[in-house]
Design a protein around this ligand. Structure first.
Ligand code: NAD
Length: 530
């Protein structure tokens, strides 16, 4: 594939009714390669009329999709997974060119995407409700799981394909149509990925590019029925508020500020490699990155030396070369991380590794949005760097004197997405997994995901769950059905009420009659009508 031709073909399009078409909008925004800062294409900031047409198509397609058998939907989704595998090399290269991540990480993202689709293809047909023990003899009581309708998916750029599929695969398996509004920094890759859905009913999966206004229109549109959002807290709040106006169900996957605890029983060399990965994977642009390192004083010096040594080995450069770390997604993010670092230093933190843009890059990468893996010490809990999300390659390390202190610091946060602890002590494992307030806890296994297990946060990190069986339920309504096959009269509670069962006033005119005044332990009918 010639990528210049492909990027030119995708530029300015939307994916509607099963194909790429030119957007009707003449407003476009440049797409830059973050490794070189060179323009590689543009995406359309779509017109709001285009949103209306897209929503109409989605609702039409959804009715057709839901009318199929569960087995047919499952087969179609398995075909999507096969198609993803066929497209993955091309999409992965585009993903690296547009977001900067090393090609290996892009290829992994595509692979995880395919397994998630296969997983939901089966889960979606496993059960669409359950039969209940009836509350009336001779009746059938059961629940039916039904789709929401048209689901709007709004995304960030750090895992644009994986995060899309975690929601879209579950939503489609549940019988919904999907409209995705990708991040402004991953629009062309998402448009390319849409080819995985070419064989589904036209309009079932669609992609509209643009900024916040396009997302906001999709969210508040009266004919969209649910919103799955992944991104920052502020946008998540705005979306949750807009949805509240219509009681529209929402899944909010927002920011994280995960702790990474190291205890003395951990193998320190492994914990240091794990910390390096947790801190700098995807240049720290992972919602579950390690962002606050709490290290026990007994192993602090040993761990810090090993952490620095491991991080020093990381190779920085273009994601299409043999590197471990690529550039950040865009200049604005790199500049923001520089501000976070400057503020931390101003508040007393010391840089022991990195701390600036790399100086030794080849000429063609000089303008790229790179920042060195950076480790900080002398960090105090009240500093802003520990209180806010970093979402970049900065790793603040704090010395603690006990597990209790580490857990207290972990929980002293507005966020509650995930947390990692390195220990081999069973008591510490039990304590950490019970006491840490977060959606996920990893013990010696940082940042892992599992298609079959729920992913999501607590506190300001979000509400609702994706992945696993819970992630399917997120995109379904439950309908209760009760059937009396004989259509019999339900005299045990219908009109007319019998006189025997109506309220009987106590015989107040004869207060000495103890039987009539206060003995409610006996059935009224028996006591009043002897
Ligand atoms: P962002 O909130 O700025 O943007 C996310 C998306 O929302 C974009 O597509 C944007 O165009 C859209 N948007 C903006 N305003 C909108 C509005 N008013 N209505 C509807 N849509 C609107 O987030 P970002 O900076 O692109 O992403 C980084 C954040 O995402 C980080 O905080 C990170 O932790 C978080 N994240 C969370 C998870 C998770 O699963 N919890 C996963 C990945 C990233």
């Amino acid at each position: 594939m010639n990528f210049e031709t492909e990027l030119a073909r995708l530029s300015g399009t939307v994916y509607r009714d099963g194909r790429h078409v030119a957007s009707t909008s003449d407003r476009t925004k440049a797409v830059l390669d973050p490794a070189t800062a060179r323009r590689i294409g543009q995406f359309a900031d779509v017109d709001l009329d285009e949103v209306d047409l897209t929503v109409e198509s989605a609702n039409r397609a959804q009715k057709h999709w839901w009318a199929l058998s569960a087995l047919e939907r499952s087969e179609s989704l398995h075909e999507v997974a096969t198609r993803i595998r066929a497209l993955s090399a091309d999409v992965a290269e585009l993903l690296t060119r547009e977001t900067g991540k090393p090609y290996k990480e892009s290829a992994d993202e595509l692979m995880w995407t395919a397994t998630a689709v296969d997983y939901y293809a089966e889960l979606g047909r496993h059960s669409i409700g359950s039969v209940l023990g009836p509350s009336v003899a001779g009746q059938l009581h059961y629940t039916l799981k039904e789709p929401m309708g048209t689901v709007v998916i709004i995304l960030p750029a750090n895992y644009p394909i994986l995060l899309f599929i975690w929601e879209a695969a579950a939503a489609l398996a549940a019988g919904n149509a999907v409209i995705v509004k990708p991040s402004e920094w991953a629009s062309l890759t998402t448009l390319k990925f849409m080819e995985a859905f070419n064989e589904l009913p036209a309009g079932l999966v669609q992609c509209l590019t643009g900024g916040g206004a396009v997302g906001a229109r999709l969210v508040s549109h009266p004919d969209t029925h649910m919103v799955g959002f992944t991104g920052s807290i502020n946008t998540g709040r705005a979306i949750a508020r807009a949805c509240a106006d219509q009681f529209k169900p929402t899944l909010i996957e927002a920011s994280g500020n995960d702790a990474f605890i190291v205890m003395p029983s951990a193998p320190i060399d492994v914990a240091a490699r794990a910390a390096t990965f947790a801190a700098f994977f995807n240049c720290g642009q992972v919602c579950t990155s390690g962002e606050r390192f709490f290290v026990h004083e007994d192993v602090y010096d040993e761990f810090l030396a090993a952490f620095i040594a491991e991080s020093t080995k990381l190779r920085i450069g273009s994601g299409l070369d043999s590197v471990d770390i690529g550039p950040m997604e865009h200049a604005g993010e790199r500049d923001r991380v520089e501000r976070v670092l400057a503020r931390a230093v101003e508040q007393g933190a010391s840089v022991v590794l990195g701390g600036s843009r790399p100086a030794d890059l080849p000429d063609e990468l000089k303008d790229g949005f790179f920042f060195q893996p950076t480790i900080l010490v002398d960090v105090k809990p009240e500093m802003e760097i520990l209180q806010a999300e970093i979402f970049g390659p900065l790793a603040p390390v704090v010395k603690v004197s006990s597990l209790g202190e580490a857990i207290a610091l972990t929980n002293d946060s507005d966020f509650g997405l995930g947390a990692t602890i390195y220990t081999k002590d069973a008591e510490e494992i039990f304590r950490a997994t019970n006491e840490i307030v977060s959606g996920m806890v990893w013990v010696n296994a940082p940042i892992l995901d599992n298609d079959a297990g729920p992913f999501g946060g607590r506190k300001m990190s979000g509400m609702g769950r994706q992945l696993g069986a819970e992630g399917l339920e997120t995109f379904r309504h439950t309908k209760l059905v009760m059937i009396d096959p004989s259509a019999s009269a339900h005299d045990f509670w219908w009109f007319p009420y019998s006189d025997d069962e109506s309220w009987k006033a106590p015989r107040a005119h004869n207060p000495t009659d103890s039987e009539a005044v206060s003995d409610f332990s006996e059935p009224l009918a028996a006591s009043v009508h002897p």
